[in-house]
Design a protein around this ligand. Sequence first.
Ligand code: C5P
Length: 662
Amino acid sequence: MFSTAFLDLPALQGASGTVTLPGSKSISNRVLLLAALCQGTTVVHDLLDSDDTRVMLNALRQLGCGVEVAGTTVTITGLGGQLKHQDAIAFFMGNAGTAMRPLTAALAVLGGDFTLSGVPRMHERPIGDLVDALRALGCSIDYLGHDGFPPLHIGPPSLKVDAPIQVRGDVSSQFLTALLMALPLAAKEQDIVIEVVGELISKPYIDITLNLLARFGIAVQREGWQRFTLPAGSRYQSPGTIHVEADASSASYFIALGAIATGDGIRIQGVGADSIQGDIRFMDAAAQMGATITSGPNWLAIQRGAWPLKGITLDCNHIPDAAMTLGVMALYADKPTTLRNIASWRVKETDRIVAMATECRKLGATVEEGPDWITVHPLQQGQWKAASIHTYDDHRVAMCFSLAAFNADQIPVRLEDPKCVAKTFPDYFEALFSVAHARPQDIPVICIDGPTASGKGTLASRVAAALGYHYLDSGALYRVTAYAALQAGLTLEAVDEARIADLARTLPVRFEGDTVWLGQADVSDAIRTEQAGMNASKVSVLPAVRTALVALQHSFQRLPGLLADGRDMGTVIFPDAPLKVFLTASAAQRAERRHKQLISKGISTTLDSLRADLEARDARDSSRSVAPLKAAQEAYQLDNSLLSIEASVDQVLTWWQAKQPF
Ligand code: C5P
């Protein structure tokens, strides 16, 4: 997951490959609650691991349900319609509407002493229509802040279910879903009837609810979309095991990707055209805009068809979430695209009509908007603008706008707060980067070269963490090479040059956080000693060894970018890097830092011997015939003798920012 302040997407060119999508948020949270309300144990496979499901799982634990998590399989032991204890419980629902609404209804019907609150945005998301319906049913619910909005307090109910229960259907279909899932708890002796007042929006989500209720033993009778009857004697029954489909709304970004990007096409694993999720109908809209889509059981394959895409006008009531993706596809169309009947966008994680309009305009597009519609005009080559996209703590805004990186002007796109995708798809960007391609010259590399113990490693890895970039510690490659050579019984001298180079060419080295693996062996500590540094310095003067390591070093240049530290990153390995830093510190300072480091690891040495070692290595590194240690001509010099690490990081980030178009 990217938890950086922003993520810069380089201009992307094409895409090909397979993505496996995480489980559907809507299905995951419904299944969790249904399993909690059952008697007995339900094993849930392929559950989405996200902020919203974590909110729900926490709430279920607080209620006394058994919750066992093993990867994406979660075993829930239900309450059987009875609360285990009657203590007051305070639930924190974050910004998870799919947890807040159904839990409110279930808890109100069960009765107890509960408070439900969330993040500030949750306290702006309406819940009044659901509360009105529950109050009419005899539930005890009070508003703790503003009328009509969370936070709420729930007390014990005195249920009366003889008259039909009315609920508005035109603000959020989650209200009806919440009632449908809570009322089986009350349908003991008589039928319970729910009547929808006004036009029901987002009907496909009700279909998901009905489908899952049926899996849990509740056969709802439906008359049109107006009247729903829960038959007397309804009782939740666990299906034992249930699989969660991949999220069809998440699929929309990869369907759009396949439609926009050149390449061999995209295959999506985990959801097919026969999905129970309404958002799967996004594929029809994408096909109308030009995508070529085929499907089988649990998979979709997408290829670019018409290009440019075709602008369309579409009633999006049936695909409210996925429709946002059409808004960004519209930028690549031949004429304007109008998305109609999207009033629900205004009460989602953010006002999505405002968000889409504002951010598309930042990219240079003309956008018109009304109370429940938006028109997005396409952008031609030469019209795209570099933009820093605000994401409003809305996962879908972030995922949609990542698709702007395919723009015809090859301009990078900055996404603010990329971690907001965690709501439904924590590894969205990893999935995107696993299939998207960029031209090598568009994948940024920042080089930090300098002498031994100048602090390159710390600086480079901190800057990498701040930007969400990969990190190459090239010194470690020389250290591992020397280590492997000694293990193989070779000397580190010119006589063994060819054999060391052979080893280096196929070095089975892997970096995992701070751990360095050579094949199956963890060599992290072995390569960090002073002696290992000296040995590295010896093999690094051998030209054939340096050449053998070039391809391996280049392979670290991957999306979204790279921080590379060493001696010749800017001069030899990445000569076209857009930012090069030459980091120095006085020999006295470097010796002192290294001394502290070693002492803290319990290794005893003297300052004088360390300084002598450093100077010997500097002399060898600077005087060797190939790739000697020296600053690239255009490198920024940074002497950090007197700077804190934070100040050095800020300096590099400031230089980097000055080169960005945002
Ligand atoms: O940076 P570090 O101390 O881990 O590097 C170990 C040795 O590897 C250096 O002293 C240098 O001789 C060699 N090296 C190199 N080129 C690089 C990185 C390291 O020659 N890019």
